[in-house]
Design a protein around this ligand. Structure first.
Ligand code: FES
Length: 278
């Protein structure tokens, strides 16, 4: 670590602290979007990546999602590490970036660094995009560019609504898997894929027996990854692949709640940071 890494700054260094007077301070940049599925959010971030990469100042430029989308931030950080990143700049590309994320993201990066204490890497966090003096100019230019756009009633690119938007699928169990930022940091994206594969393997989708939904933060982040199974409203915490196997086999198929992973609303729960509690 650089000797500019003061105790006051913590492990997540400020951009200013790492800036070299005569060159580019970082070898790798990770642009962080909030989240989103499908091609469009990825394409937006890919354009930003291409724009930053064109400057030719960095060895690698990547993007990541904070929640509900792939690639997720923890996975991208691991890839950067494996690719030899030593000075890494995380740039929040969220507009607006709410108070909770402003508070949480530096802590999450610091925790990640602590988990990789042996790695020779520095991570800095740039200010949110919305705080940049350049954003207003870019936004004004985008508004001017849009002046020639037609009335939405004449826009041929707008598709008719699909009927499924007003159709409630039949199901026996409604399962919510949190894909909020902190559960994402705790492997929620991979867990979702595992859960999907399990449900498919057990043929629980054919008659719409399980309706699966990825959600934003469900609130008890320290207990994540969180899963809620309805109609009984059972909360499961610390869900991993073993838990998914058991919840599918025992709860969804056999109707028996898996007590080992249950979190009870209102009760004090066991967390990673306080393993003695519970
Ligand atoms: S991010 Fe999952 S409970 Fe908050």
């Amino acid at each position: 670590m650089a000797d500019r890494h003061s105790e006051k700054e913590g492990d997540v260094l400020s951009l200013e602290a790492l800036t070299e007077p005569n060159g580019v301070p970082f070898d790798t940049v990770v642009i962080v979007g909030r989240g989103g599925y499908g091609a469009a959010p990825r394409q937006e971030l890919e354009r930003l990546v291409a724009s930053v990469a064109r400057a030719g100042s960095f060895r690698a430029v990547r993007y990541a999602f904070l929640e509900q989308g792939k690639p997720a931030l923890p996975a991208v950080l691991e890839q950067c590490l494996a690719a030899g990143a030593r000075r890494l700049l995380v740039v929040p590309g969220l507009v607006p970036m709410d108070r909770t994320l402003r508070w949480w993201l530096p802590l999450a990066l610091r925790d990640w660094l602590r988990e990789h204490a042996d790695a020779d890497v520095e991570v800095a966090l740039a200010p949110p995009l919305g705080d940049s003096a350049h954003l207003a100019d870019a936004f004004s230019a985008a508004v001017l560019d849009a002046q020639a756009f037609p009335d939405v009633r004449e826009d041929p690119t707008i598709e008719e609504r699909r009927r499924s938007w007003s159709h409630l699928p039949s199901h026996r169990h409604h399962v919510l898997l949190c894909s909020g930022p902190r559960c994402t940091l705790e492997n929620a994206p991979a867990l979702w894929e595992y859960f999907e594969a399990k449900v498919r393997e057990c043929r629980l989708r054919g008659k719409q027996r399980v309706m699966m939904v990825r959600t934003g933060c469900l609130y008890p982040c320290d207990l994540g990854p969180m899963m809620v199974v309805h109609p009984d409203g059972t909360w499961y915490g610390g869900v991993d692949e073993t838990a998914v196997d058991r919840i599918v086999a025992e709860h969804i198929v056999d109707g028996e709640v898996v007590q080992e992973y249950v979190c009870t609303p209102g009760a004090r729960q066991r967390t990673k940071s306080s393993p003695e509690s519970g």
